[in-house]
Design a protein around this ligand. Structure first.
Ligand code: SF4
Ligand code: SF4
Length: 278
């Protein structure tokens, strides 16, 4: 969620409250976490409208909009909140973990399994919405940790094609007419925007490394490691696969969805902004 107006910033600052019951970040294998998100999305689908536009192609940034008219007013986040309600995967980078320690109990990790999810925005167990969202959707709503919200929340811009589409899915904005939707889909699909339309995280190599494990006596122990790489395709051009980043699975958390709709430069800036090197 990105709040662009001054008034919104004031509102969100006012909404910041201390959280007396910290939320434990649970270590979940990636497949289990994604299964959880898929389950939430399945339930949510019966409560909201089907998207009219292809979400994975709709821009998250106003500057990359394809279908939203340039003079369309930027919607007000404080009377919306739907992008925080959708059960989206919001990873938190290593660099960001520390500033969340006021909100979350963080336990030393003593297990050694590969590619586990350690730092994702917790979701409400019943609704799947972000646990930091407070207020009523579409009426008055805010983020409890707005100044500390993670990078993916900062990267999503109010007024982007995808923001408007989410609002239509929740009935906050009127749906596009059938013919307008058809035209918009055609335009989105046919506009070469130089953005990532497909991303995959694949195993680069596996091996072993020496590591200190909290609480275990003695010196370092040998633990398995997995190196992953993020491959991306721009504008559906399958003949040109680019490697955006290589990293060790226990040190960084990425999801394919982080990169969809970004230009390769924006994707690389995102990687750098989390303190990771290409
Ligand atoms: S969907 Fe758009 S307007 Fe609504 S909260 Fe998210 S960024 Fe703000
Ligand atoms: S942390 Fe705040 S901005 Fe991010 S999804 Fe949760 S409520 Fe929204």
């Amino acid at each position: 969620m990105s709040v662009r107006s001054k008034a919104s910033d004031i509102f969100f600052s006012r909404m910041v409250v201390s959280v007396d019951k910290p939320i434990r970040i649970t270590r979940l294998p990636k497949d289990k976490y994604l299964e959880l998100i898929r389950g939430y999305n399945h339930t949510k689908k019966s409560q909201i409208f089907e998207p009219q536009l292809p979400l994975d192609r709709a821009s998250k940034r106003v500057s990359e909009n394809v279908v939203t008219p340039a003079n369309e007013p930027i919607p007000e986040c404080t009377t919306c909140g739907v992008c925080c309600d959708l059960p989206l995967v919001v990873p938190i980078s290593n660099a960001e973990t520390e500033r969340f320690s006021d909100y979350w109990e963080i336990y030393p990790d003593e297990s050694v399994s590969d590619a586990a999810i350690e730092r994702v925005l917790p979701r409400d167990a019943d609704s799947g919405r972000c646990v930091h969202l407070a207020g009523e959707l579409g009426v008055e709503i805010g983020c409890r940790i707005y100044p500390q919200r993670p990078t993916p929340c900062r990267d999503f811009e109010a007024g982007s094609d995808r923001c408007h589409e989410y609002r239509r899915m929740y009935g906050i904005e009127r749906p596009l007419s059938r013919s307008a939707a058809k035209t918009a889909v055609k335009k989105i699909v046919s506009t070469p925007r130089g953005v990532i339309t497909y991303a995959a995280i694949v195993v680069e190599s596996t091996g072993w490394k020496s590591s200190y494990i909290a609480g275990s006596p003695g010196g370092p122990v040998t633990v398995p490691t997995t190196y992953l790489r993020i491959a991306a395709i721009v504008d559906d051009n399958v003949d040109d696969v680019m490697i955006l980043h290589s990293y060790e699975a226990s040190e960084e958390v990425w999801f394919e969805s982080d990169f969809i709709g970004l230009t390769p430069d924006a994707a690389k800036s995102l990687i750098e902004s989390r303190g990771c090197r290409e």
